[in-house]
Design a binder for this molecule. Structure first.
Ligand code: G1P
Length: 290
């Protein structure tokens, strides 16, 4: 299958209110909280860039303007750093700077669910396959979860969902897939369910927040009725699309931190700090004496 359409755009739903992190998130979007020295959103963007993504689409909401500023050129800051010959700081800014025209922003006007957030990106994505990354899920992996999915996509085409094993008691918190026959480096997905009631999950492979989807998902989302939690669920729309197109699962084997929860956020900070040559030793000693 060499004729698959390349995936060049990625969608990042960043409209969530972040109520679990109040009061921090009263004026700072949860996606801008820092894990070590980068905002949470930057990890997903870096992962997408590594996988060959060229256009970054952010579905934002009210009070999220600072995310747009983060990906803009900070002219005054650059100018000051240049005058002061702060070469290292300048290099950091340049490294993370998207080129002009590489980013798009649209707003989800009401919190109607993940499926609705994705649907808000339809005009910007247009008629081509796209990657979807939920930025709360911060991944730590040399290759990058999306890069692994791209490998599978080049073998199978269709739609790809990244999955990971989770304890059976935890399955009710996530979307869960049903595993079919092997396909390429992954497997066929034969079913999926959003937040299955305890004891009813078809497997313990949960949907970890990384997708490659075909644009037909937008037509389905347009008429999608609310599902679990009375929200328009992406998983329900994918289930409908699975009647027309193939879905394949990729098993991600790196580390994932759910930065939408306090414990996951702290764990991510510790994991990335222990990986930073400059401070790792100090942090290790600190942890040992706690
Ligand atoms: C969403 C998806 C779910 C997925 C999860 C990963 O749920 O609907 O399928 O497992 O993200 O974080 P949410 O976390 O928005 O409830």
């Amino acid at each position: 299958m060499n004729s698959v359409k390349p995936v060049k755009k990625a969608v990042f739903p960043v409209a969530g209110l972040g109520t679990r992190f109040l009061p921090a998130t009263k004026s700072v979007p949860k996606e801008m909280l820092t894990v070590l020295d980068k905002p949470v959103i930057q990890y997903a963007v870096d992962e997408a860039k590594k996988a060959g993504i060229e256009h970054f689409v952010f579905v934002t909401g009210r009070n999220k303007g600072v995310i747009e500023d983060h990906f803009d050129l900070a002219y005054e800051l650059q100018d000051t750093l240049q005058k002061r010959e702060k070469k290292e700081a300048l290099a950091v800014l340049e490294h993370y700077q998207p080129a002009a025209g590489q980013t798009s922003f649209t707003r989800q006007q009401a919190p109607l669910g993940l499926g609705h957030a994705v649907w808000c990106a339809r005009d910007i994505v247009g008629n081509e396959p796209f990657a979807l990354l939920l930025p709360d899920m911060v991944m730590k992996d040399e290759k990058g979860c999306l890069s692994g999915m791209m490998d599978l996509y080049s073998q199978t085409g269709g739609n790809i969902i990244a999955t990971e094993e989770v304890a059976w008691e935890e399955t009710h918190k996530y979307g869960v897939i049903e595993k079919g026959s092997p396909a390429g480096d992954g497997f066929e997905i034969t079913g999926m369910v959003e937040k299955p009631a305890p004891g009813t999950a078809p497997s313990n492979l949960f949907i970890n927040g990384r997708y490659i989807l075909q644009p037909e998902i937008f037509d389905i989302l347009e008429d999608q009725k609310p599902g679990a939690g009375n929200e328009i669920q992406l998983t329900d729309a994918m289930l409908t699309l699975a009647n027309q197109q193939s879905f394949y699962g990729h098993v991600f084997t790196g580390q994932t931190f759910d930065c939408g929860s306090k414990a996951g956020f702290i764990e991510a900070n510790i994991a990335f700090a222990l990986d930073d040559a400059e401070i790792a030793e100090q942090i290790r000693e600190m942890l040992n004496t706690m």
